[in-house]
Design a protein around this ligand. Structure first.
Ligand code: COI
Length: 365
């Protein structure tokens, strides 16, 4: 690894920490944050950990006008033997660079990003929550900071990592969620930005999300942008179906997000010798399976949501109640195993977790 120096400025005012058992998703932030700047010609520089604070940006900064930004989401977990574990962080930083590519943002050294993250978590280690179902959500993101109103890739950026102790993403927790199948709006088309983690994908999902939540649904299920026939993903999760014993998930087709939890679930199922297939699957097929009594389970997967059982789909004015609205056996087993591995309570045959060492080496203070 090349020499990477991080300047550290400790916060003098420690914030009050919330009770672990009262945590929701994404409302509370820790005492510090990581920042690094990019300037064309100089590359990434000035890596620093500073007290968590607002950032001052020129109102002409390109992020505000053309949305040139990418982000990631990953988690750290507190274990019973007082270790802090990260789940597949290398995957997230790799995907950050894939998103950077799509958005014409310069690559970040993935090892440096991981080193910075471990350093930051170490400083804010006491913020990793301990209660059942909680974790430290990590949000790395890059924004275009050059003040310029022309439409072009920016020449200046900031890479920032913030940390948030969280509870479950959905108010339902591990209870099944109700999902409306979106028939009017689309999330992404092939050739678009659907595979990138960029804010615009989420901004354009809000309208459909708003309508569905007014009707009592937690999220929408997106269909393909061309024929509105084939299943893509759920608002903030990839989606899986168990039909007649076989697990099926939409194949990565150029408009679906390549979820880290998605690929972990596929690997886990293969490890258990459960048939799991990545292929194109239509809503018609789901309905047929439902009518034939073969739609046994459905669940979403994502870092924020972990495994979220789906108890109902609403499509073409009809409800499909899955497994009588209860969490399926396989969904529960996947949830228990994945969270067990993440928290170091179950053996990790895949080497997915890595420890944030208590005294991670600090390059520069
Ligand atoms: C995640 O699961 O980390 C995500 O990025 C979803 C987020 C939009 C809440």
């Amino acid at each position: 690894m090349t020499n990477f120096q991080i300047e550290i400025n400790h916060s003098e005012h420690k914030k009050e920490k919330p009770e672990s058992s009262e945590l929701v998703f994404g409302r509370v932030f820790t005492d510090h944050m990581f920042i690094m700047d990019y300037t064309a010609g100089d590359g990434w520089h000035s890596a620093r950990i500073v007290p968590y604070q607002p950032i001052a940006l020129d109102p002409a900064s390109m992020i505000f006008h053309y949305g040139q930004s990418v982000f990631e989401g990953l988690k750290a977990y507190w274990t019973k033997d007082e270790k802090v574990l990260l789940f597949r962080p290398d995957r997230n930083f790799h995907r950050l660079n894939q998103s950077n590519d799509r958005l014409c943002i310069p690559h970040i050294d993935e090892e440096h990003a991981l080193q910075a993250l471990k350093e930051l978590i170490n400083i804010d280690r006491e913020w990793v929550p301990k209660a059942e179902g909680t974790s430290l959500y990590i949000r790395p993101f890059v924004i275009a900071t050059e003040p310029f109103l022309g439409v072009a890739p920016a020449k200046r950026y900031q890479f920032i990592i913030i940390l948030s102790p969280v509870g479950s993403y959905y108010k339902e927790g591990i209870q099944p969620v109700k999902i409306a199948v979106e028939q009017q709006f689309v999330r992404a088309v092939q050739g678009g930005t659907g595979t990138a983690k960029t804010g615009g994908n989420y901004a354009s999902s809000l309208k459909a999300q708003e309508v569905s939540s007014q009707n009592g649904y937690s999220q929408v299920l997106w269909l393909d942008g061309k024929e509105k026939k084939y299943i893509e993903e759920v608002g903030s999760m990839n989606v899986f179906f168990k039909i007649d014993g076989e697990v099926i998930t939409p194949a990565l087709n150029g408009s679906i997000l390549n979820g880290v939890t998605r690929s972990s679930i596929i690997e886990l199922l293969q490890h258990w010798n459960v048939t799991v297939t990545e292929r194109r699957i239509s809503m018609d097929e789901i309905k047929e399976a439902y009518k034939a009594g073969k739609l046994e389970e459905a669940f979403g997967t994502g870092t924020a949501a972990v495994i979220s059982p789906i108890g109902e789909f609403f499509w073409q004015d009809e409800q499909m109640i899955i497994n009588e609205g209860n969490t399926g056996e396989l969904s529960k087993k996947l949830y228990d195993t994945l969270t067990g591995i993440q928290k170091g309570e179950i053996e990790d045959p895949f080497k997915w977790v890595q420890e944030v060492e208590l005294r991670h080496a600090v390059s520069f203070r």
